[in-house]
Design a protein around this ligand. Structure first.
Ligand code: ADP
Length: 270
């Protein structure tokens, strides 16, 4: 029986460090998300955490591919790949019909147009402004004194429309404080915040052209309230997966497997 090939994808984002170990380019055997990103202990911690939960030694990993904002600073990676390519690769693996990816991370939001074969055809990105990114939600969750993971349930309980009109995170924070002071319910404010981010990201996504099937990735895709807001804004059904935050790491691990296959082919022909 052929020996199993293990590859690792490591996605060093601005906000979180993620890694995945793949067996034979298809089975996810371990994952880890550490909620600090580039320039912190996050990269080395995510790698040791996935190795530990996979029960595989570092020497048994044939190829490590780094991606994300901090990819070039990652020691020990065999090579680096842009996060756009990795996102396209990961989403195509999970959803072979994907045509559009909406990715909302800690400090940016992007929309990617995907061709029939899973190749990246076009993309647009907002990395200039915190509004419309995970950072916006992190700031608002802090003001509302709730955990980021509670936003989706609060959103579900909303009964009234609250409009957050400020397009800047700092002003939106003040707007939320004044809504709270005037008695607005937290759940209604949360839904208003989700609608406001969906309006920004929805118009970004419309610039690449929206087609079914849309896949929502990045840490913010863990929030079902955001998914519902994007569905209302775009008028399309949106798919997510439990691996949404690990999508870039998954793509990197898949590319790592391809690279390893090439290496083995060359060795066999030598
Ligand atoms: P990056 O790759 O830019 O570092 P990620 O795609 O990992 O960012 O997303 C990080 C963001 O995901 C955080 O800023 C936070 O808003 C959001 N997030 C993380 N965990 C959760 C959760 N459990 N529920 C909802 N949102 C989350």
């Amino acid at each position: 029986m052929a020996k199993a090939v293990y590859t690792m994808g490591v996605d060093i984002g601005s906000t979180a460090s993620k890694s995945i170990i793949l067996k034979d380019g298809k089975d996810i055997i371990a994952t880890s998300v550490i909620d600090v990103g580039a320039g912190t202990s996050g990269p080395s911690r995510t790698i040791s955490e996935t190795l530990k939960s996979s029960k595989i030694n570092r020497e048994d990993i044939s190829y490590v591919m780094a991606t994300g904002y901090g990819r070039n600073a990652l020691k020990g990676a065999d090579s680096q790949m842009s996060e756009l390519s990795c996102h396209a690769k990961g989403a195509y693996f999970l959803f072979p019909n994907v045509k559009t990816i909406i990715d909302i991370g800690g400090q940016d939001a992007k929309a990617l147009k995907i061709g029939n074969n899973g190749m990246l055809e076009n993309f647009v990105m907002n990395d200039k402004c915190a509004a419309g990114t995970g950072r916006f939600l992190d700031v608002i969750a802090r003001v509302l004194e709730v955990d980021i993971s509670e936003l989706q349930e609060l959103d579900e309980k909303a009964t009234q429309d609250v409009t957050i009109s400020s397009t800047c995170t700092v002003f939106a924070e003040s707007e939320v404080i004044s809504q709270l002071a005037s008695g607005a319910k937290i759940e209604d404010i949360v839904k208003g915040i989700h609608n406001s981010i969906a309006a920004r990201v929805g118009s970004l996504a419309k610039r690449v052209g929206l087609n079914d099937d849309i896949v929502f990735t990045g840490g913010v895709a863990l929030n079902d309230g955001m998914k519902r807001a994007l569905e209302r804004n775009t008028g399309h059904k949106i798919h997510t997966s439990p691996y949404c935050q690990l999508n870039g790491a998954l793509g990197a691990a898949l590319f790592a497997y391809q690279k390893q296959q090439l290496i083995e082919k060359k060795q066999a022909n030598a």
